[in-house]
Design a protein around this ligand. Structure first.
Ligand SMILES: N[C@@H](CCC(=O)N[C@@H](CS)C(=O)NCC(=O)O)C(=O)O
Length: 345
């Protein structure tokens, strides 16, 4: 189950890196740029008033440290044996793309939406983990946000547009106008509402932030000192950043907001197995995609314990099945043999 938390942590690291990198270059005027969950708009805030109550000025070595953490986590993956997929959407071979490359941050919720879609349709894909500092892997692209998907040489940008385009390419099942409207409504809800609840919940308390950063400390390639610093500096940074995000999105009680979102989703299902009926639709995949990385952190455990979302989540896990992500060359070399594509993000 540990692998499921990796995405969350890596996204935190990316956000932390961006915050620290924009601070490091400033002269006199200190401003911080924090990657927001909201769809790419970065919050740029003049920090001369010291409103954040923490000092990010000397982050060069921390950036290096977190670069290591991010790299370690990008390369990390967990094996999970899942139940057979019961509600898989099968793609006819002629429609299956030959080469799919996802440029991503491992923990970016928008990237995780795309991964859930690809996994559900058994579309094999390779991942290029983008370094948030410099983004050199994306030098060739004018569009600089993630995810970017390259499908047989064609570049697709923006998670919603990517999924919509791939869905029609793979042969989307017919649906009524009413069903389409409902699907669109809930896809928008994921981008406009659900994603904003993630950080405030994952880093809600110092102990939760530390729990989350345990993943980095345990899995990263650190010396003992680095491990210690990664855990405590990273957790502290994300704790403060999440408080700012909470304020920005007018969240008073983050757990209550998460539970409410889960129940809102259950009400939307109205007793159906999936919003799409017997098979998940794009809204089911979007909700699942953003929740999958937090499911086995304390926030996700609490959500399942205190709401009715668990059964739907389990059904989604079964429907989506194992990941179709292809192992990287690094992973192949590490294992000394071909790797099964049963990794989770
Ligand atoms: N609407 C876009 C939002 C994508 C987005 O904001 N991605 C974040 C990462 S989660 C990003 O690239 N932020 C800008 C940055 O990191 O420079 C989508 O759905 O793909």
């Amino acid at each position: 189950m540990r692998g499921r938390g990796i995405a969350t942590i890596n996204f935190a690291v990316h956000r932390y890196l961006r915050a620290s990198s924009s601070l490091a270059g400033s002269s006199g005027r200190v401003s911080s740029t924090i990657v927001d969950f909201s769809g790419g708009s970065s919050i740029v805030k003049d920090d001369r008033d010291g409103a954040y109550g923490h000092n990010f000025k000397n982050m060069k070595s921390d950036r290096k440290l977190f670069g290591i953490a991010a790299g370690a986590f990008s390369a990390s993956f967990a094996f999970s044996s899942m139940s057979a997929a019961l509600a898989k959407e099968r793609v006819v071979p002629e429609r299956m793309p030959e080469e799919v490359i996802l440029y991503q941050y491992e923990a970016c919720p928008f990237c995780n939406k795309v991964k859930a879609f690809l996994d559900y349709h058994d579309v094999p894909y390779r991942v290029v983990e983008v370094n948030p500092v410099g983004k050199k892997e994306l030098k060739w692209s004018e569009y600089k946000k993630l995810p970017v998907l390259v499908v047989d040489g064609e570049q697709l940008n923006d998670s919603t547009a990517i999924i919509t385009s791939l869905n029609s390419r793979l042969g989307a099942p017919p649906m009524s106008e009413e069903q389409r409207k409902e699907e669109d409504q809930w896809r928008r809800w994921v981008d406009d509402h659900l994603v904003h609840l993630l950080s405030p919940n994952i880093y809600r308390s110092t102990s939760e932030a530390l729990e989350a950063f345990d993943y980095i400390a345990e899995n990263g390639n650190f010396s003992t000192t680095e491990r210690f610093t990664a855990k405590y500096v990273g957790a502290a940074a994300m704790y403060f950043i999440s408080k700012r995000l909470k304020k920005k999105h007018n969240i008073t009680d983050e757990r209550a907001a998460l539970y409410e979102a889960a129940e809102t989703w259950m009400t939307a299902l109205g007793g159906r197995r999936f919003l799409g009926g017997e098979k998940p639709n794009l809204a089911d995949l979007a909700v699942f995609g953003v929740l999958r990385p937090i499911r086995h952190l304390r926030a996700g455990e609490d959500m399942v314990k205190n709401t009715n979302i668990g059964v739907w989540y389990k059904n989604m896990e079964e429907a989506v099945g194992p990941s179709s992500r292809l192992p990287s060359n690094f992973q192949m070399a590490e294992m000394g043999k071909p790797v099964q594509s049963t990794v989770t993000s």
